[in-house]
Design a protein around this ligand. Structure first.
Ligand SMILES: *[C@@H]1O[C@H](CO)[C@@H](O)[C@H](O)[C@H]1NC(C)=O
Ligand SMILES: *[C@@H]1O[C@H](CO)[C@@H](O)[C@H](O)[C@H]1NC(C)=O
Length: 322
């Protein structure tokens, strides 16, 4: 997009429509039923399954967010992001020259520079959590500074957290204003807004918070930090996906979706892809509009692909981990 179009889109989008927000009601029973239906569907087998799993790999934000992260484990993570599935396995599937990588790596702000250096010869973006992740309990100026610093260090995607109290108590205008400030601090970097759905109470609140986050200019909305007691669940995902769909129908703007937290198995990955396909359609089945935030998921996917290619299950030492 040219910068003028971008500016125009932003000007027309960055508006808080409180009337729209106040009219939102989510039918909990309908959402739960829909989630059960999606989980209960038959999952495709064999080569289709392997293709879907590779699609899943390309949508992963390969993540490490631990207190003991060091340059060396970030180094391993980056190598894994560049070559997420063993070369010989990809070759057997004739996918070795298709540029299969994860979508991004995701790290804490102080590890951004390490990751940027390691990935400088690849096209892989570095994402950073910021704004006092995971709780967001630091002064606003500190949170803004953190965003600017991560961008200055080379992060091109910023995962911000919202002030949950604002969402819980329905202070939508204040939440909108705060997210807009983060949006400004992000500059050209993509902004993913983490709602921490496990702390928002009702589905209606999740839907409203999703809308406000999108109105304030989020490129993605993301379920969880992975540090709350409740992680990404399918019902909550359906609520957020419907908010994304309605926002698109109303504004023509496509916002991405990122479930994160506790997603570990290849089977779950397939359910997530099916959910996105059914709720949002094929346009959203790409790293531009869909990310899976995960750390151990890739290992299980690679094991399943190994099984598909060789007919056997890999011992853990046969597949290098991130
Ligand atoms: C979050 O919002 C609440 C309610 O307005 C406010 O009291 C609190 O100070 C905010 N938290 C931060 C870290 O700014
Ligand atoms: C949520 O995800 C985190 C990170 O993957 C995990 O440590 C935690 O056990 C999960 N919590 C639940 C309730 O699944």
């Amino acid at each position: 997009k040219c910068s003028h179009c971008r500016l125009f889109v932003f000007l027309s989008m960055w508006a808080l429509d409180l009337e729209w927000i106040s009219n939102i009601r989510v039918n909990t029973q309908a959402v739960l039923k829909r989630a059960q239906h999606i989980q209960g569907q038959k999952i495709c087998r064999n080569q289709w399954q392997a293709a879907w799993l590779l699609k899943g790999v390309t949508c992963i934000d390969l993540t490490t967010l631990a207190g003991d992260d060091t340059p060396s484990n970030v180094h391993r993570l980056c190598l894994k992001a560049i070559q997420p599935v063993r070369y010989d396995l990809l070759k057997k599937m004739d996918m070795h020259n298709k540029g299969v990588t994860t979508a991004a790596v995701c790290v804490y702000p102080s590890r951004v520079a390490d990751a940027v250096m390691l990935l400088k010869n690849s096209n892989l973006p570095v994402a950073s959590v910021a704004t006092g992740f995971p709780a967001g309990q630091t002064p606003l100026e500190t949170r803004l500074q953190e965003v600017r610093r991560a961008v200055a260090d080379g992060a091109t995607e910023i995962d911000i957290v919202i002030n949950r109290t604002l969402a819980l108590t329905g202070q939508w205008k204040a939440m909108f204003d705060e997210i807009r400030q983060f949006r400004e601090a992000c500059g050209d970097a993509h902004m993913k807004t983490i709602l921490a759905v496990g702390e928002l109470g009702t589905f209606t609140n999740v839907y409203k918070a999703s809308m406000v986050a999108m109105m304030a200019g989020s490129d993605f909305i993301k379920t969880s930090t992975g540090k709350e007691a409740v992680n990404a669940t399918y019902p909550v995902a359906i609520v957020m996906a419907r908010a994304i769909r309605n926002y698109f129908l109303r504004t023509g703007h496509k916002v991405g979706f990122k479930p994160a937290g506790g997603i570990r198995t290849a089977q779950e990955c397939l359910v997530w892809l099916a959910l996105i396909k059914e709720e949002l359609g094929n346009d959203w089945l790409s790293p531009h509009l869909f990310r899976l935030g995960a750390s151990s998921l890739l290992a299980d996917i690679e094991r399943q692909i190994y099984h598909y290619v060789t007919g056997q299950y890999a011992a853990y030492n046969e597949l290098p981990i991130a």
